[in-house]
Design a protein around this ligand. Sequence first.
Ligand code: SF4
Ligand SMILES: [Zn+2]
Length: 337
Amino acid sequence: MRFENLCEKYNETIKCLVCERRCSIKEGKKGICRNYINLEGKLVHIGYGKISTVESRPIEIKPFFHYYPNSTALTFSGFGCNFYCPWCQNYHLSFSKLPENTRETPPEELVDLALRSRNDGLCASFNEPTTLYTYLLDTFELAGRRGLYSCLVTNGYFTTKALRRLIESGASGFSIDIKGCPKMKVLSTVDHRKVFRNAKEALNLGAHVEMVYLTITSTNNFEECYHWIFNMHSKILGEDVPLHINRYYPMNYWKEPPTAVKKLLKLKEIAQKEYNLNYVYVGNIGSVKHETTYCPTCGEKLVIRSEYRVLKWNLEKDNRCPRCSQKIPIYGNITRF
Ligand code: SF4
Ligand SMILES: [Zn+2]
């Protein structure tokens, strides 16, 4: 187990420092995410290698639009979560109390499977990867040695120490969900500023970041909230970090109607015009137009996508616009059609 400096002991209690929940865990008890337990004064990762789902998936579905375009990642998950969003799209995994439907999968087995089934990388997704933390360290290190990339779809709530170690182990792509803003009523115990702090730290350490804003009707898409998100994005991460504004559909306990498409398009316009964000996409509406990358300088269509694949790649060597030579930030190579 690899918790050095990621937990602190106080008498009968251990404080877990894997994520910013910083759970104080009493002897025999588990933390909020149900994956870490205090056993005889030691923090033990009981979720290590307990894998609930494994599936080859296109990288664009995460979404990642500027990271190894058109590649395929062996995508895997554990169980539990540190947030428990009431609208969770994968609540059957996140809200699961017991790893009943998981299968013990050592890192070697997962990496072998990824290579055998011709994937280009690994992606921890579906439930929050924080729950698989020490398993990710081992698996990503091995994956890197065997020529695979490693990425995560996450709420980005790691402690900075945990995040740094994850990147050292080989995590190079972060698709980070920003759940809302400080004025939001739901998830009121989450400090959303820390999500941006971590996204910036990942960029500073050379990793790739894309932000995802699932806009939920009457929940996190009121004026003050989206201005806060766009402002933090532009001020802290900069104009070139992609932003995916995604449509929400009712799920789990949340019954608000799906986000109006008109509202999503309006948000895209605000993010581009008022905050100068260069790569804003609208997802979950099946629109080729709103999943296309345009040159921020001359407007040329550069990467056309449909159904989570690249349809047309119109970039020159070094990922430059063929019309004006503007360099487009893309991490990793395109997998040719
Ligand atoms: S990783 Fe789990 S146990 Fe550790 S602080 Fe976060 S929620 Fe708590
Ligand atoms: Zn151009």
